[in-house]
Ligand binder design. Structure first.
Ligand code: DO4
Ligand code: MG
Length: 315
């Protein structure tokens, strides 16, 4: 009854008990941790247990994602937090932000056969490098973004003014805490300039790291095993003038390396006191004639997470 009244008058101003949001035993499968902007422009940590509402965890004293991700058992902590009375908002009425606070964002590459083949074709010059790294024990891992530069759902992603061949790279992103434990998953878009990378592999940082080159979101799915995540599908749809300009699909199970292995190499001789986000590589590559244009819309869907949508601008 109280829930119905709350919806009628706008959920934002109501507090209601967790038991009205969803059943306790369903919570672990559906926990989505996010950051969002409140009506008075405060960035807060949120938790969603269904498709419609997000609970403001700042009302339970949680100020940063990190305090959940560093917990021994984030899923259990979130369940306990939802036993409190938390302020709820309708998801449609809040602006979700990239789900990072102080975590550096890194990316692995050439982890799918599709990515290796496409890159060998785009560059005679560096073809053997891609071939070798695909087979080698040590993966390719590169720095992608400072957390404050990552863009969130609904924001714009960038294509470089000085590049002619630009593509999105839809990737599963591992959310790893400071103790190297993979505690969740989100969606990453590793925007890339293929002509710059193809000209010379030493230009990789310029092809990959520039304004608005990394999108993350819409939230972090907590408490899912690697085995389950490997059954997820990844879809990419690019729309231009309202029409589908490219559509592609792959499966997380096609990634050649284990998530543990990727996290292990990232943390070798390097510590991440706030944890890290690691994109796991792309398995979807649009055909060679395709390049993004300003105003295109890029939608990445991963079945166990949700959708990350951004429009394109020139930067
Ligand atoms: O080797 C260049 C980058 C590879 C990459 O970003 C990917 O495979 O997703
Ligand atoms: Mg990539």
């Amino acid at each position: 009854m109280r829930f119905i009244c709350a919806l009628g008058f706008g959920l934002e101003n109501f507090r209601f008990p967790r038991r009205l949001v969803g059943r306790q035993d369903q919570a672990e499968d559906n926990m989505k941790l996010c950051r969002f902007l409140t009506a008075d422009d405060q960035a807060v940590v949120g938790l969603s247990l269904d498709d419609a509402t997000v609970l403001d965890l700042s009302t339970a004293g949680v100020e940063r994602l990190e305090s959940v991700l560093e917990h021994d058992n984030p899923a259990r902590l979130l369940r306990e937090l939802t036993e409190d009375t938390l302020r709820a908002h309708l998801i449609q009425k809040v602006q979700l932000l990239a789900p990072v606070d102080h975590q550096e964002v890194w990316a692995a590459g050439v982890t799918y056969l599709r990515s290796k083949k496409a890159r060998m074709e785009e560059s005679d010059f560096s073809a053997t490098a891609y071939d070798k790294v695909y087979e080698a024990a040590r993966p390719e891992i590169f720095f992608k973004s400072l957390p404050e530069k990552a863009v969130g759902p609904g924001d714009t992603v960038g294509i470089r003014k000085d590049a002619k061949w630009n593509v999105p790279e839809p990737e599963l992103a591992l959310v790893i805490n400071s103790r190297q434990k993979i505690v969740g998953y989100t969606i990453g878009n590793d925007m890339s300039s293929r002509d710059i990378e193809g000209e010379n592999l030493l230009y990789l940082p310029q092809a990959k790291v520039y304004n608005r080159s990394c999108a993350l979101g819409p939230w972090i799915t907590i408490g899912v095993s690697e085995a389950n995540a490997r059954s997820w599908k990844i879809q990419l749809q690019i729309k231009r003038d309202g029409r589908v300009a490219f559509d592609g699909e792959t499966s997380v199970g096609q990634i050649k390396r284990s998530f543990e292995d990727l996290a292990d190499y990232l943390f070798r001789s390097q510590s991440f006191p706030h944890g890290a986000v690691l994109l796991t590589g792309t398995g979807i590559v649009p055909p060679d004639g395709f390049t993004l244009r300003p105003k295109d819309s890029v939608r990445i869907h991963i079945s166990g997470i949700g959708s990350l949508e951004n429009s394109v601008i020139e930067v």
